[in-house]
Design a binder for this molecule. Structure first.
Ligand SMILES: CC(C)(COP(=O)(O)OP(=O)(O)OC[C@H]1O[C@@H](n2cnc3c(N)ncnc32)[C@H](O)[C@@H]1OP(=O)(O)O)[C@@H](O)C(=O)NCCC(=O)NCCS
Length: 179
């Protein structure tokens, strides 16, 4: 599913549109952007179109584009939703490098997390991140996500092995973190 518009203080989450797909293709061709992603090969525009069509009709995910004013800067989503156990996997990518380090991932995680618990009625969210991806860790932890484990040498890139850190967030923990 494409997510509804969620207005934050400095960013807005809104449904991606087909005209955004060429931008997604560019992001996935940038090895700096994909440094901490599991996918490091670009998609074709045709593959992006197929992906878009499948996401729009997939009731086990909610996907948003992230906008700063009118500028598309990233994507975020809730994936693999298990409607019986009310679990899901979350992820974020800021494809525009000059927008990194300004707190936008932190805000996107906050908006997405509130939606996951208050609108989707989920109970548990899980996310994974390269051990070196300090920015993502902080953004997750600020919404209450806690580190629960590590997959050692789970990925090989740039000439060496990397560990993946697992994070989880339960509804109660989120409520406690939100005060
Ligand atoms: C990882 C990513 C989402 C972080 O987004 P962001 O908007 O830069 O994150 P924020 O600005 O909200 O950062 C949160 C905090 O982490 C800090 N931070 C950012 N990059 C950091 C890094 N490499 N190491 C340590 N801290 C970092 C920020 O300064 C900020 O802390 P502060 O408020 O105390 O200054 C973004 O860099 C990105 O999309 N990268 C490419 C794709 C990717 O790796 N996605 C995540 C896959 S799990």
């Amino acid at each position: 599913m494409l997510g509804p518009v969620l207005v934050g203080e400095r960013i807005t989450l809104a449904p991606a549109r087909p005209e955004h797909l060429p931008e997604f293709v560019r992001w996935f061709a940038d090895l700096e952007v994909t440094r901490f992603l599991l996918v490091r090969f670009p998609f074709s525009e045709k593959q992006e179109q197929e992906w878009y069509d499948s996401v729009a009709g997939d009731r086990t995910c909610v996907h948003w584009a992230i906008f700063r004013e009118e500028r598309l800067i990233g994507v975020t989503g809730i994936h693999q939703i298990d409607w019986i156990n009310r679990n899901a996997i979350t992820g974020t990518i800021l494809g525009v490098r000059d927008e990194w380090g300004k707190g936008f991932a932190t805000e996107a995680v906050r908006l997405r997390t509130q939606f996951a618990f208050q609108e989707l009625n989920l109970e548990r969210l899980e996310s994974q991140s390269f051990a070196e991806n300090g920015g993502m860790h902080k953004a997750l932890q600020r919404s209450g996500y806690r580190e629960i484990g590590r997959r050692s040498h789970a990925r090989f890139s740039e000439g060496s092995w990397h560990d993946i850190i697992l994070f989880e967030l339960l509804r109660d923990q989120w409520q406690a973190a939100a005060g």
